[in-house]
Design a binder for this molecule. Sequence first.
Ligand code: SF4
Ligand code: SF4
Ligand code: SF4
Length: 207
Amino acid sequence: MSTALADELDALLPQTQCTRCGYAGCRPYAEALAAGLADVDQCPPGGSATAAALAARLGRPAKSVNPVHGVEGPPRVAVIDESVCIGCAKCLPVCPTDAIVGAQKFLHTVIAAECTGCELCIPACPVDCIALAPTAPAPLPLGEIRARAARYRPRYVAHVEREAGRAAARDAALAARRPGARSGEAANPPPRVTTDVAPHGTGPASR
Ligand code: SF4
Ligand code: SF4
Ligand code: SF4
């Protein structure tokens, strides 16, 4: 797989990070395309215009979006029903652009301009208080898809870095709680060496 080609293909994708292509995000899909493992018609948010751009770059026939992956609909944003939200914060870590603001036990709300409409927060919410509302007619022009992608990309990179930092902090906290960690002792200390027992066969009883 060519990294340079994957970079170019990733630059053509909408960066909603919705996973509807069947990959964990836009970058893994770009890598699969570059490796010849995916087709150009797997990205509903990018629509036919993006599929055509991918096909042109790869020298493959243009296709419209394969309905197996979803339909090319209007762009949407998440809206939280604040009268139902219980402030559990379960929607925060799944949001690829950190577009949801709020703290544990407080109401949460969505910054509409940063929301990619990926839908990942919907299954995370235990009280079903998140819905998606359309914001513009479909399909979005390719220029607008690219402009949005340029806005979403740095927020996604920052989100991934923040989540990695949190995971590392959690691992460090768990390691600090393991037996012996606080006193600086190893969890499995080496066997104690004693000099008061003679080696087998050489002590007084064998003489
Ligand atoms: S925007 Fe397209 S390429 Fe990116 S994760 Fe969604 S379906 Fe996949
Ligand atoms: S608020 Fe929900 S729909 Fe919007 S980007 Fe975040 S997870 Fe996706
Ligand atoms: S997951 Fe739902 S209930 Fe929990 S904070 Fe988010 S919107 Fe509110």
